[in-house]
Unconditional design. Structure first.
Length: 422
């Protein structure tokens, strides 16, 4: 077999996949990213979406290695680190200006743009949805993986990083494990230009994060792009198909608001300020697009402590590897941590064997095996934290008090252990 350079593929153009691409590019390592979505427009990247708080040991560490910390800081003024907690009646029972650790917030769209701008033209193949992934049978010394992109054809690689999210197709090469419904569903709605158009609401929810919890449901808010109040309405429901079966998704958000605000099992027992917040968000979404139906999404997790038996030529990062609940702010952080670590493994192997796919695989295989062991351990720890937080917030009749008590204890502990300044 002729000696040739290794062929590398990254499936998925989210934060994890883009981070891997940037780090490989910085070391002149050829790669291709395949992303099933169309390339986002500038207008789409300026629209309000969820905010992400990046942590020093993970998301921020990855951005530092990408030489993007300075650019990142210019996007952190949208949402402060302040926290407000209200009970289901709408009374504020806890406020702070941010925890003991600096965890600056950035819009998911701003982070995407920040990362995309660092990648060379043509390195991402947009609208390439992976149909299947398989090992090729052969007598060669190196393992080859075939990625089938349907109408875009099949491509063969020596190493594939699966960064293709919750319903990963790359994952099928390593494990039969599938995400399981977590008993939670949510709606995401935005009130744009809230400071000017709804100053009372703007003052109520504050400049950072706001949460109201009760009866195992919750209304949460973050400040977002376009001076938005981004509203998440969480429901604890055992039926994975509740939104469809109940008819909530048959109408517009404005039409669904009557059921949301009056049903005792939804938000009927929440106070008038909270109902106003949710109703305004529903009406604003319908005003923006009168034909759009209410979108309700379900939350999923992979089995507790999920891992797999290592195989040559492929690995997983981010949600493809460890789907967890969003209640610890760790999803994007551990994904970027994964990206940082697997990139270091690839770079180390490539530097010693850039001209030979066979030698590259031989050098990379033990490094990836070690990476997967470490990744599984930290993912389990973060998934446990997220699961425990979900139980604290949405697992009881009065999650607001439980969360407020926990925050006070955490702040007091941080204050007690903080080094004194003489």
């Amino acid at each position: 077999m002729p000696i040739r350079q290794p062929r590398l593929a990254i499936v998925g153009g989210g934060p994890a996949g883009l981070t891997v691409g940037i780090l490989l590019h910085k070391h002149q390592i050829p790669f291709t990213i395949f992303e099933y979505r169309p390339k986002p427009t500038d207008d789409e990247l300026e629209s309000p979406v969820g905010m992400l708080d990046l942590h020093e040991e993970s998301g921020l560490a990855a951005l530092k290695e990408c030489a993007l910390l300075e650019g990142f800081e210019s996007h952190t003024a949208v949402c402060s680190e302040a926290q407000i907690i209200a009970n289901k009646e709408g009374d504020i029972i806890y406020k702070d200006d941010g925890g003991p650790e600096a965890r600056p917030e950035i819009s998911r769209n701003s982070l995407t743009k920040l990362l995309l701008d660092q990648l060379p033209a043509g390195s991402i193949h947009w609208e390439h949805k992976l149909s299947s992934a398989s090992y090729l049978a052969g007598d060669s010394d190196n393992v080859e993986i075939e990625l089938n992109f349907g109408r875009h054809g099949k491509h063969t690689f020596d190493f594939v990083v699966g960064a293709d999210g919750t319903w990963s197709r790359v994952r099928t090469l390593l494990t039969s494990a599938k995400p399981r419904y977590a008993g939670l569903q949510y709606m995401m709605l935005a009130i744009r230009h809230v400071s000017e158009r709804y100053p009372t609401i703007s003052e109520y929810v504050g400049t950072g994060s706001f949460v109201s919890l009760g009866k195992r449901n919750g209304i949460m808010c973050q400040r977002a792009l376009q001076d938005s109040a981004l509203i998440y309405a969480f429901l604890s429901v055992d039926n994975e198909h509740f939104a469809e079966d109940s008819g909530l998704t048959k109408g517009t958000p404005a039409e669904a608001s009557e059921r949301l605000l009056n049903d005792e099992g939804l938000f009927g027992q929440f106070g008038p300020k909270l109902k106003e917040l949710l109703q305004t968000a529903c009406e604003e979404e319908t005003r923006l697009d009168p034909n759009a139906k209410l979108v309700v999404r379900s939350l999923y997790t992979l089995p507790h402590g999920h891992s797999w038996e290592h195989r040559t030529g492929v690995t997983l990062v981010g949600d493809a590897s460890h789907v967890m609940l969003p209640f610890a702010g760790e999803g994007v952080n551990v994904a970027m941590w994964d990206a940082l670590d697997v990139s270091r493994s690839i770079i180390k192997a490539y530097e010693s064997s850039a001209t030979s796919a066979v030698a590259f695989q031989a050098a990379l295989d033990p490094l990836v095996k070690e990476f997967e062991v470490n990744m599984a351990a930290r993912a389990k720890e973060k998934a446990d934290e997220a699961s425990n937080n979900a139980k604290l917030m949405l697992g009881s009749e009065d999650g607001a008090t439980a969360m407020a008590d926990w925050m006070r204890a955490a702040m007091q502990q941080a204050k007690a252990t903080r080094p004194s300044v003489e």
